[in-house]
Design a protein around this ligand. Structure first.
Ligand code: 2DT
Ligand code: MG
Length: 215
């Protein structure tokens, strides 16, 4: 194969607490890249459409109780079941924009009191994103945005802990240059401009690199 013309897609991840604008920005980036003619797909975790995702949904909507470790492993399994498809898309040249991933998985579970390193184990070997766009917002600000919803975890005190746990994960990351921390208090347009710049750069620069696995 001619490696000089082969281009894989980029794995662009959005992470952050609730109500920080992840989904808004992920969707805007998706539309932008699509209009510009890029092969691009949107992925959201948890993926509530699969059988595992339906159990996760029942848990999040408070319709089902589950042991903290059991639900942690289900969130992780929900990523594992998507890996073959995601891998194929990336290798086929499609860029994937992902809304939440293993970093949410570890942050939310560890914020309940589970051991952080235990939480990381079930995600070892998953595809590693090419960039983590972290939408950072104080809990006071995110609460002002129409308040949190009705789902489990959507409570101010808990969100505060999750934000600190995300920061710890970034700090512990062997390659913390992967993390682009954005001040999510900025306007939607201003954030979008920065995200487009970061993303085009990543799409260009990772196209010749092999896919990486999380460790
Ligand atoms: P949304 O509000 O974005 O649908 O997320 N969560 C998410 C976890 O606890 N573990 C995970 O692995 C993932 C991906 C974050 C629903 C909630 O699920 C939490 C918020
Ligand atoms: Mg939510």
């Amino acid at each position: 194969t001619n490696t000089s013309t082969y281009k894989r897609g980029a794995f662009i991840l959005f992470e952050g607490c609730d109500r920080t604008g992840k989904s808004t920005q992920a969707n805007k980036l998706f539309e932008y890249l699509q209009i510009k003619g890029h092969a691009v797909k949107f992925w959201k975790f948890p993926d509530r459409t699969t059988p595992i995702g339906q159990t996760i949904n029942a848990y999040l909507t408070n319709n089902q109780e589950l042991d903290d470790k059991a639900i942690h492993l289900l969130f992780s399994a929900n990523r594992w079941e998507c890996m073959p498809k995601m891998k194929n898309l990336l290798l086929g040249g499609t860029t994937i924009i992902v809304d939440r991933y293993a970093y949410s998985g570890v942050s939310y579970s560890a914020s309940k009191g589970l051991d952080l390193n235990w939480c990381r184990c079930s995600d070892i070997g998953l595809l590693r994103p090419d960039v983590i766009i972290f939408m950072d917002l104080s809990t006071e600000e995110s609460e002002k945005r129409g308040g949190f919803g009705e789902e489990r975890y959507e409570k101010k005190d808990f969100q505060e802990i999750v934000r600190k746990t995300f920061a710890l994960l970034k700090e512990k990351d062997d390659d913390d240059s992967l993390w682009k921390v954005l001040d999510a208090k900025q306007s939607v347009e201003r954030l979008h401009e920065q995200i487009v710049e970061i993303s085009l750069d990543i799409i260009e620069n990772c196209s010749q690199l092999p896919l990486k696995e999380d460790n």
